[in-house]
Every structure is written in C-alpha cells, then in structure tokens.
Design a protein around this ligand. Structure first.
Ligand SMILES: CC[C@H](C(=O)O)C(=O)SCCNC(=O)CCNC(=O)[C@H](O)C(C)(C)COP(=O)(O)OP(=O)(O)OC[C@H]1O[C@@H](n2cnc3c(N)ncnc32)[C@H](O)[C@@H]1OP(=O)(O)O
Ligand SMILES: [Co+2]
Length: 136
C-alpha cells in the first residue's frame, strides 16, 4: 500500500539557522521558508537525490509541533512521510485494521498541495507517519 519515502521531517528551534546549516555546512539546496498557517508551521524542504528533508518550526500559538519542541528544545526527528496512490482507500484500510487517523480523518492539502493524513505514533512503533497522495 505505501510507496516511496516522500520526506523525513525535523522540528527545529530556528528555521533560518537550520536552513543555513543545510546549505552552507551540508551543501544542499533548500527551498525558501513558507508559512503554512493551516498547519501551524513554517517549513523549508531540503532537496536530496532520493527524497527530501522537511525542516519545520512552530507557527502561531496552536502549532501541533510546539509541544514536541518543548520536549526536545534543540529539535528532533518528527515524522516520516510515505506516498500512497489512493489516500482515502489507504485510510479506510488502516482504520479497519484498528489504526487511528489524527484530526478529523479527512485529508488536508499539505505543503506540496497534495492531500495528506497523519497516523497516530502510538500505532506505528512510536513513529508519527504522514501519508501523502501522489498523482495517479
Ligand atoms: C501537512 C504539512 C506538512 C507536510 O509535510 O506537507 C507537515 O508535515 S505538517 C506537520 C505538523 N503537523 C502535524 O504533525 C499534524 C499531526 N500531529 C499531531 O496532531 C500532533 O503532533 C500529535 C497528536 C501527533 C502529538 O501531539 P503532542 O505533541 O501535543 O503530544 P501528545 O501529548 O498528544 O502526544 C501523545 C503521545 O505521542 C507522542 N508523540 C507526540 N509527537 C510525536 C512524534 N512526532 N513522534 C512520536 N511520538 C510522538 C507523545 O510523546 C505522547 O507519548 P506519551 O508516551 O503518551 O507521552
Ligand atoms: Co510532512
């Protein structure tokens, strides 16, 4: 059901500092920061030969990653995103198997303008999983 690894996401305390680290120290291309108010994060993507790293930091007072950063003040790996062809079918299959989908269960558009959902970390080895629907 799940396909390619789309990205690994890291919560960072300072997006500009981390963007600089990935460009100057690690020698990668990093997209310009984007504020995703509907998701409560500011985000950049590190472009890699085989996948991406999502650098994100809390935005606003109700960010879903604020508590995570509070627990991990220097930052840390936050989630992994897999690609799926049919997000609703994947969701229904996983829920039928007892997995919990976060939020309302309805897909939202993610940073790439594609539908995404999140699965509860407690159901997947303590790992927050994001599913992103790729164009058929
Ligand atoms: C979609 C735009 C963009 C994209 O790629 O396109 C993004 O990726 S947006 C990313 C930000 N949005 C989200 O992460 C939405 C889904 N996440 C959530 O709703 C919350 O982060 C949630 C519910 C996973 C965790 O909320 P919170 O940090 O407030 O902690 P809780 O006390 O509710 O957590 C319960 C339990 O889970 C553990 N936990 C929390 N976060 C993670 C994590 N990232 N990985 C693994 N485990 C996590 C937390 O420690 C608690 O464990 P416990 O043993 O009960 O203490
Ligand atoms: Co993500």
């Amino acid at each position: 059901m799940i396909g390619q690894l789309n990205h690994v996401a890291i919560v960072v305390p300072d997006l500009a500092v981390s963007r600089e680290r990935y460009t100057k120290v690690l020698g990668t291309n990093v997209s310009a920061p984007v504020d995703l108010h509907e998701h409560g994060i500011a985000v950049c993507f590190v472009e890699l030969p085989n996948t991406k790293t999502e650098l994100m930091t809390p935005l606003g007072t109700k960010s879903p990653v604020s508590a995570f950063l509070g627990r991990n003040p220097s930052g840390g790996m936050h989630h992994i995103c897999y690609e799926v062809r049919d997000l609703r079918a994947a969701r229904d299959h996983l829920v039928a198997g007892g997995a919990r989908v976060l939020g309302t269960g309805e897909p939202k558009l993610g940073a790439h303008g594609l539908p995404v959902l999140f699965l509860h970390p407690k159901d997947f080895d303590g790992t927050l999983i994001e599913l992103e629907e790729i164009a058929q």
